[in-house]
Design a protein around this ligand. Structure first.
Ligand code: GLU
Length: 504
């Protein structure tokens, strides 16, 4: 056996070990993030291990989705992806060692035998635990059963007499103790010689020289058994840090079946999230900084992160099904919007470009003759955006003359005052005559025109906004008009009269 029992805790080695049986969900991404942060903070190694031993449920699509999700999030791994199935012979080797050294035994109980034991427990209203009847078979009895081709599994022999309880010091939950009399002799090898997950997982952590197992609190149930395996194999167990679960606001576990795509990482990518905004949001689902800081750059988060500040109570993902505006936790949207608004212009430009390209709104000139215009436009419109996709939807009017008009805005801002049909062409004409189409001059046209006609400037401003952008919200009107340029503004104002006619 080549298991390395000498874990040098000074050099941190952690792993994200997803089972490729579905999509990469937010809980998984958070586990990956915490492991990645710990590795980066300690100058350690972050390993990606695909736990694909459940052959029936594991799929290649799922592997690809996990890899793509981690890459998108920017959680780069240093080793792997390793595949658990590549190590099956090592897991089997460990099981054989346990058998030969007296820490495991063959169990010949048939399914019927076990079903009967289970029924008996049910009738007595006690939790079923295998009663260990094959523990005491003599070597001759075992041999005879083998010769008679009776199928057997391998069970771990829980050392109840020598070890009254298994204790571990979890970094998050503190002391966890489990009495060995409450641990059944669990199966480690099936009758077809395939290892069980609990064994493979522990052996791989040892082969990968994992120093810290950072995983969901649902892993706590396995930990005492895995510690018994380590002890029997003479291996020092890793340090465990179990993370609280993330629940919905009705305290239910997050699942795609119940909550839909909103719990998958791929959905956030499609919807227009910035990967780091999602990471930052996920970091706070179960961890908080000492001084309450919430927004972190990658470097800051690596610096601030500490396993000891992971909370013990479950975190809440505030998701209300059917709430169209808050299609995910409002805090996640707030994080994304804040990043869009405040991240360096050079960086957001890259995302905006990609979004426009994907929607056939990109023009090469935005990188040459109209470079400055493009930068200024992105900077102007991003202040109100929540999602990267807003650049191609809400921002479409900046990059194309074909955009939608919000019927409510048209009704409210263009059709409510009948005088506008006459006014709009008039001030369009004034704008057209401007020598210099700058903020000052454009604003002066509006103010003077309002004074002359004795109407509120707001009436004209709202009408112009809807005429040139199709919406009733957006950046400051004069900035918006200057950004669009005289030609487009004048043409759109003139066209809007037809729109008024159509809606009246
Ligand atoms: N493959 C396990 C899972 O996806 C990982 C458990 C662990 O991290 O030890 O839940």
């Amino acid at each position: 056996m080549t298991i390395d029992s000498d874990r040098n805790v000074d050099s941190v080695r952690v792993r994200f070990a997803p089972s490729p049986t579905g999509y990469l969900h937010l809980g998984g991404a958070r586990t990956a993030l915490y492991n990645w942060l710990w590795a980066r903070k300690r100058g350690g190694v972050f390993i990606l291990r695909i736990e694909d031993t459940d052959v029936e449920r594991s799929t290649q699509d799922s592997v690809e989705e996990i890899l793509a999700g981690l890459k998108w999030l920017g959680l780069d791994w240093d080793e792997g992806p390793y595949f658990q199935t590549d190590n099956l012979s090592k897991h089997k080797e460990a099981a054989d060692k346990l058998l030969h050294e007296g820490h495991a035994y063959r169990c010949f109980c048939s399914k019927e035998d076990l079903d009967n034991q289970r029924k008996e427990a049910e009738s007595k209203k006690v939790a079923f635990m295998y009663d260990g009847r094959c523990r005491n078979l003599t070597p001759e009895q075992v041999q005879k059963n083998i010769e008679n081709n009776i199928l057997s599994v391998l069970r771990f022999k829980v050392p109840r007499d020598q070890v009254p309880s298994v204790t571990l010091e979890d970094v998050v939950y503190g002391k966890i103790e489990k009495r060995t009399k409450d641990i059944e002799d669990f199966v480690i090898l099936r009758s077809d010689q395939s290892p069980l997950y609990i064994l493979s997982n522990a052996v791989d952590d040892s082969l990968d020289r994992i120093t810290h197992v950072i995983r969901g609190a649902d892993g706590i149930a396995n930990t005492p058994k895995q510690i018994l395996i380590y002890n029997a194999l003479g291996i020092t167990p890793p340090t465990f840090a179990h993370m609280p679960l993330t629940l919905d606001n009705k305290k239910a576990k997050l699942s795609k079946r119940v909550h839909g795509e909103v719990v998958t990482v791929a959905y956030y990518r499609r919807k227009g999230f910035l990967p780091w905004a999602l990471c930052n949001f996920l970091a706070l689902l179960g961890w908080s900084s000492q001084d309450g800081q919430e927004f972190f750059s990658r470097e800051e988060l690596i610096e601030a992160f500490d396993l000891s500040r992971i909370n013990r109570h479950n975190s809440i993902f505030n998701y209300i099904p059917g709430d169209a505006k808050n299609w995910t936790d409002p805090k996640a949207i707030h994080f994304n919007a804040t990043y869009i608004r405040s991240m360096p212009l050079d960086e957001i430009e890259v995302y905006a470009k990609k979004e426009l390209e994907e929607n056939n709104l990109w023009d090469q000139s935005y990188e040459s003759t109209k470079k400055e215009w493009f930068r200024a436009t992105v900077d102007l419109i991003r202040t109100r955006y929540h999602l990267i996709t807003d650049f191609s939807s809400k921002g479409r009017y900046c990059f194309s003359d074909v955009f939608e008009f919000d019927p409510k805005a048209v009704k409210k801002n263009l059709c409510q005052d009948s005088k506008l049909v006459a006014y709009i062409p008039e001030f369009a004409q004034l704008l057209d005559h401007l020598q210099e189409f700058n903020l000052e001059n454009v604003e002066a046209v509006f103010r003077e025109f309002a004074l002359e006609k004795d109407v509120k400037a707001g009436l004209l401003i709202n009408a112009a906004r809807t005429a040139v952008s199709g919406s009733s919200v957006g950046p400051g009107l004069f900035e918006m008009l200057v950004m669009l340029g005289k030609e487009r503004v004048v043409a759109r104002l003139r066209d809007s009269v037809n729109l008024i006619d159509k809606h009246s």
